[in-house]
Design a protein around this ligand. Structure first.
Ligand code: SF4
Ligand code: SF4
Length: 110
């Protein structure tokens, strides 16, 4: 079984557990991260929570990261791939978290 991120995108969407708790600070963007070097993108793609912590905006019913382009489970890409936050870089295709995210979004191979 291969886990092809470009035909998935599940981990770029808020998790079921977070949704149940109405938690939307899914992908945090910290000041040392590359995205901070691009203020125009930072303004467009991120929001601050009530504690002043910055995170990626989530959009739509899928609660997907606003930087994700394409159709979940078919063809997707990250529009800020080179600048993506640290937490996006540590998800391992085929890991427990990956399989959970795929299962939650109804993407096969979970
Ligand atoms: S859930 Fe897994 S296969 Fe899907 S994009 Fe994330 S790491 Fe890749
Ligand atoms: S920044 Fe890119 S890799 Fe990270 S959650 Fe958003 S779309 Fe996915």
């Amino acid at each position: 079984m291969t886990f092809d991120c470009q035909s998935c995108g599940a981990c770029c969407c808020n998790t079921d557990e977070n949704r149940a708790e109405e938690y939307v600070d899914y992908v945090e963007v910290k000041p040392r991260m590359l995205l901070f070097r691009r203020p125009e993108l930072l303004r467009k793609l991120t929001v601050l929570n009530h504690l002043g912590e910055r995170h990626m905006k989530l959009t739509g019913e899928e609660q997907r990261c606003v930087a994700l382009e394409g159709k979940l489970g078919q063809r997707v890409s990250c529009t800020i791939y080179e600048l993506r936050p640290a937490s996006c870089r540590i998800v391992k295709p085929g890991s427990k978290e990956c399989r959970r995210d795929r299962r939650e979004r109804g993407i096969s191979g979970a």
